[in-house]
Design a protein around this ligand. Structure first.
Ligand SMILES: O=P(O)(O)OC[C@@H](O)[C@@H](O)c1c[nH]c2ccccc12
Length: 267
């Protein structure tokens, strides 16, 4: 069901004229007993997909906001197993597809076959594994394909065009267009050339292209949405959630809405 649920969720949003909005939160930040409520809150806000981070001791791609969230989650005893248990328990009460963002090390300890089975049982629909490059992905693709779990690939502004095309041809669910050369973290503006970069990825990708890294306000959502199919927002959402600013989260998620069609989030 994984890939299909992601494909259908994105198609529903894009066909009605909206852009996709994928919030990222750190599982266990604020306590694992709040995770299900956080996911259903984001679903009600209109999130297309929810990306869940798993706290890890060496989050090399993360900036300070997410690093600090990871430390809080680890301090509250969050483990991969505990997160999957919460997801499994809440599976029947959520509709939004779930993508787990995890470093490979946390998968390695289970072995990819066992981990893929655990994901299916927990209702995980896709994975982002930022430290598994194209050259090494055969470590995970057979098991993930067998269990119908989408492997979302990441392109970056420094990727040569040939590599961008290769990544775009292989990605499942969506193509993650990393918009900056650095780590995650809310930013105030983007470098010139971001529009051309996104347009290039769109020209290579039959799969929706979502822009991530640095998105922190409705203006970014609208501007980036003009050149791709939506956005992924992590650090800003993590910070707003930690600060209890739920209305601001709803406003940010809703800024990817352009159509008049009523959706779950209007109820
Ligand atoms: O936090 P930002 O700048 O909004 O970027 C999204 C990012 O948080 C999320 O997608 C993510 C968190 N950790 C990652 C590591 C690699 C790739 C992506 C991620």
């Amino acid at each position: 069901m994984g890939k299909k649920r992601i494909d259908e969720a994105l198609a529903r949003v894009l066909e009605r004229g909206d852009k996709a909005f994928v919030p990222y939160i750190m599982a266990g930040d604020g306590g694992l007993d709040n995770l299900h409520g956080q996911i259903t809150f984001l679903e009600k806000c209109g999130a297309t997909i929810v990306e869940l981070g798993i706290p890890f001791s060496d989050p090399v791609a993360d900036g300070p906001t997410i690093q600090e969230a990871g430390i809080r989650a680890l301090a509250s005893g969050t483990t991969m197993q505990a997160v999957l248990d919460v997801l499994k328990e809440g599976k029947a009460d959520r509709h939004v597809p779930i993508v787990i963002m995890t470093y490979f090390n946390l998968i390695y300890s289970y072995g990819i076959e066992k981990f893929a089975q655990m994901c299916v049982e927990a209702g995980v629909d896709g994975l982002i594994i930022p430290d598994v490059p194209l050259e090494e992905e055969e470590l995970v693709t057979p098991a993930l394909s067998e269990h119908d779990i989408a492997l979302i690939r990441l392109a970056s502004p420094t990727s040569p065009r040939g590599r961008m095309a290769e990544i775009a041809s292989r990605t499942e669910g969506f193509l993650y267009a990393v918009t900056v050369k650095g780590t995650t973290g809310a930013r105030t503006d983007y470098e010139a050339g971001i529009a051309d970069y996104l347009k290039t990825l769109k020209s290579f990708s039959a799969t929706p292209v979502l822009a991530g890294f640095g998105v922190s306000n409705p203006q970014h959502v609208k501007e980036l949405g003009e050149h791709c199919d939506g956005v992924i927002v992590g650090s800003k959402i993590v910070q707003l959630l930690a600060d209890g600013k739920h209305e601001e989260i709803k406003t940010l998620v809703q800024s990817s809405r352009f159509s008049e069609e009523k959706t779950l989030s209007d109820l």
